[in-house]
Design a binder for this molecule. Structure first.
Ligand code: K7E
Ligand code: CUA
Length: 765
């Protein structure tokens, strides 16, 4: 074990020396010195101390940001603003094998439209699942504006599980917003189009043939999937529906959807008509759609919907007749519509109006009950007069877009796009409390759990559209700028600028980190995209390759530092499927897998089974290997795909010449004995403490036992070879025994460190 102990001690010594050197050079510089050297103010220092999360400590909140045109979700911590993960959603994500292994390809294929795969998305609004109007941290949803789709991410493993295509829209924007118990995920259309797919009507028939809508996707929480069969939509006028929100508390059962261009203006500058932007903002008001979705669901269940492209759609006349759809005028071209935490008020941001308009749900209900309408829109939908629905209008500034709420009663924050400011205001009294400048041109803003019934306050993130001069320039395309603002005091304080280097995020949601309960490993043999046992999973020792006609299927395993099998032999033209199960249980022991030039990749976390499939259409020799640096012998985690020409005849090749001697073998045997002593001492330590109270350690111990379990077979082989004087094989099998020992010792040492750092206690013998 010489090698082992020397290596370990020298590493420890080196690390120690490094630490000493670093701390002495810093200690000569005082905080004052650093402030002077870096030109920092007291204010900077205060801000830094509010965001700095030292090593070993964790963030209080986890944010899920839309990745905009990247089609992904960006996960980061608050207040550190450190990026934790990208989740591939509508776009392939190579690291995680998303779009490069078979099961994830199926998820992406679920987003195909008209038989064509779409590998990008314009993600806008993520939503966390709720129970009783509060974030429960179980699921995440997000929409794709460009290609009307929404996706489901399971927060147990942060993987995309499902993409569903809206069968009646051509674009959408008002998604995703969940109802208080996540019974439905709301998605509203954006640009009106004929609801029947692939049906052409000239723009001149816009008013008659083009339609908008709002869809209620039924979410099956037990399955963790959207149930498309139980989902439905409301046909709406071609009013460019925009953002939406679900009612809660007293307004539960209702939903609210903004619109713009209720002028139903059709541009066409080529034909000499004034452009869309002029025609779409001519009127003083647009409409907020008020929908009784609970009753709508009952009507659909009672068979009142008609099928369009196999999807239940409640026709306009039915919704009007049944009294589930109303309109309320709102100042022109509004943007966000945000229900207050108590569910009593609805804030509509003006965009082209300097006000936010706060509507009262109670007043809206009273008008409906009394049948008090100012008239009907051209489609016969009853219109409630604005003054009959309004609670307050508050002048905030130029370009109000989106609103979020504080944990403090009556306090709201609204983004002011044109002013590049955040306004803090009181929606009960209708007065401005504070303003802060952001850099620059803010879109959405977000407070912690600030769109739920239980906002947490503390921090606000401003999602700025332009970064301009904030960061080191990186070419004409700038990063986005998410600015962290402290809202725990009366005055807002800007804390931190985070450049976001991926897409244009529109909205972000943040949840208390303690509410997330992600898994560290899968149940052995799980297909993570279906959450079911993977048919290609095998246990250690059951690995095999099955050939049927021109189909070759490999059932293999991965464990430090070994891929089983080490060779895959096929003929040109064979269709090859490689199923791989990661047998590890230890946390973070992921293996990757790829085959040279066949465009496949898999990320195989502990317990997961993944398959990759390809046609071996090129004769030749193709290395495959593990792509994650998983162990000291990671580079040796390799094998060969041998693609032979058709009808290839084996040629006899002379055996490799022996190079090892008896002396080499004896050296190996000594090394094994030394290493065993280390293992024994580590095992002694682990079993002397209450290690069973630490699930992470139990997993490591299980993995170590697995490795040790492989030793007897290899030991028998080296002893048998030695008996025959076959020093070549004896030496190599002895080396293999040592490899198992090294991996055992590696796990053991990690377990020991973990126990020491986490306060394991001695147990009485
Ligand atoms: Cu305002 Cu899509 Cu919510 Cu962009 S949206 S900002
Ligand atoms: Cu497994 Cu590298």
């Amino acid at each position: 074990m010489k090698l082992f102990s020397k290596k370990t001690t020298s590493l420890v010594v080196a690390a120690g020396l490094g630490l000493v050197a670093a701390s002495s050079s810093w200690s000569s510089e005082s905080l004052q010195d650093v402030m002077k050297r870096r030109g920092l103010s007291q204010q900077d220092l205060l801000a830094a101390s509010k965001t700095y999360v030292p090593t070993g400590k964790r963030d209080e909140f986890v944010a899920f940001s839309s990745g905009g045109q990247s089609g992904q979700i960006i996960v980061y911590g608050i207040p550190s603003m450190r990026i934790l993960k990208y989740i591939g959603v509508f776009t392939p994500e190579p690291w995680q094998g998303y779009g490069f292994d078979e099961s994830s390809k199926k998820v992406l294929a679920g987003g195909s439209i008209d038989g064509k795969q779409i590998t990008w998305g314009d993600t806008h609004h993520p939503a966390i699942s709720e129970t009783d109007g509060k974030y429960d941290g179980q699921f995440l949803f997000i929409n794709d504006k460009a290609n009307p789709r929404i996706a489901v991410v399971d927060l147990r493993d942060f993987e995309t599980k499902q993409i569903v295509v809206n069968p009646i829209y051509k674009s959408e924007h008002g998604g995703t917003f969940v109802t208080p118990n996540t019974d439905y995920v709301i998605e509203a259309a954006q640009y009106a189009a004929p609801l029947e797919n692939k049906k052409f009507y000239p723009l001149e028939q816009f008013n008659e043939k083009y339609r908008g809508g709002v869809t209620y996707w039924k979410f099956d929480r037990k399955e963790g999937r959207i149930d498309t069969k139980k989902s439905f939509s409301l046909e709406l006028p071609p009013y460019s529906q925009d953002l939406s929100d679900a009612g809660k508390g007293p307004s539960d059962g209702w939903s609210f959807t903004n619109s713009f261009c209720t002028e139903r203006y059709v541009g066409g500058i080529e034909k000499g008509r004034p452009p869309y932007e002029a025609g779409c903002s001519a009127k003083d008001t647009d409409y907020m759609h008020v929908v009784n979705w609970k009753k709508a669901a009952e009507l659909v269940a009672a068979g009142k919907a008609k099928k369009i492209n196999g999807h239940d759609v409640l026709p306009l006349d039915v919704s009007i007749k049944e009294g589930i759809l109303f309109l309320v005028p709102e100042p022109k071209s509004p943007h966000g519509v945000d229900v207050t935490p108590d569910g009593k008020l609805i804030t509509v941001a003006g965009k082209l109006d300097t006000h936010v308009s706060v509507f009262s749900f109670e007043k809206i209900m009273a008008a409906i009950k009394a049948g008090k309408f100012e008239g009907k829109d051209p489609y016969g939908i009853p219109v409630i007069a604005m003054q009959d629905a309004l609670h307050k209008q508050v002048q905030l500034g130029l370009g109000p877009l989106h609103t979020q709420y504080d944990s403090k009663k009556c306090v709201a924050y609204t983004s002011l796009y044109v002013d590049s400011q955040v306004a803090k205001w009181d929606y009960c009294e209708g007065k401005v409390l504070d303003k802060i400048s952001v850099h620059y041109n803010i879109g959405h803003l977000m407070t912690m759990e600030g769109d739920s019934m239980d906002p947490k306050g503390r921090y606000l993130v401003a999602l700025n559209k332009l970064a301009i001069d904030r960061f080191v320039p990186v070419g004409p395309l700038h990063p986005q700028n998410h600015q962290l603002i402290d809202i725990s005091n009366d005055k807002m304080q800007l804390l931190y600028d985070m450049p976001l280097p991926l897409g244009e995020p529109h909205y972000v949601v943040a949840i208390e980190a303690s509410k997330l309960k992600p898994a560290v490993r899968y149940k052995m043999g799980t297909d993570s995209r279906t959450d079911k046992p993977h048919p290609g999973a095998v246990r250690a020792g059951e690995e095999k390759t099955v050939k049927k006609g021109n189909k070759v299927e490999v059932f293999g395993t991965l464990i430090r530092s070994h891929i089983t099998p080490e060779t895959i032999e096929v003929e040109v033209g064979d269709e090859v499927t490689v199923n791989l199960t990661n047998l590890e249980r230890a946390q973070d022991e992921t293996h990757g897998f790829t085959v040279s030039t066949y465009n496949v990749h898999a990320s195989i976390e502990p317990g997961k089974t993944v398959s990759v499939k390809f046609k071996a259409d090129k004769e030749g020799v193709y290395p495959y290997y593990c792509t994650e640096f998983c162990s000291a012998l990671h580079l040796e985690m390799q094998g060969y795909l041998l693609v032979k020409p058709k009808g290839y005849k084996e040629v006899k090749v002379a055996e490799q010449k022996a190079i090892y001697t008896k002396a080499d073998y004896e050296k190996q045997v000594k090394k094994i004995a030394d290493t065993q002593a280390v293992i024994d001492s580590v095992v002694g330590f682990i079993t002397s403490v209450n290690y069973k109270d630490f699930p992470d350690v139990v997993a490591m111990v299980e993995d170590a036992t697995d490795q040790l379990g492989k030793m007897p077979a290899a030991k028998a082989k080296h002893e048998e070879a030695a008996k025959k004087g076959d020093w070549q094989n004896a030496t190599l099998w002895a080396e293999q025994v040592w490899q198992y020992q090294v991996k055992t010792a590696d796990l053991g040492l990690r377990a020991k460190t973990y126990l020491e750092q986490n306060g394991a206690k001695k147990v009485g013998k």
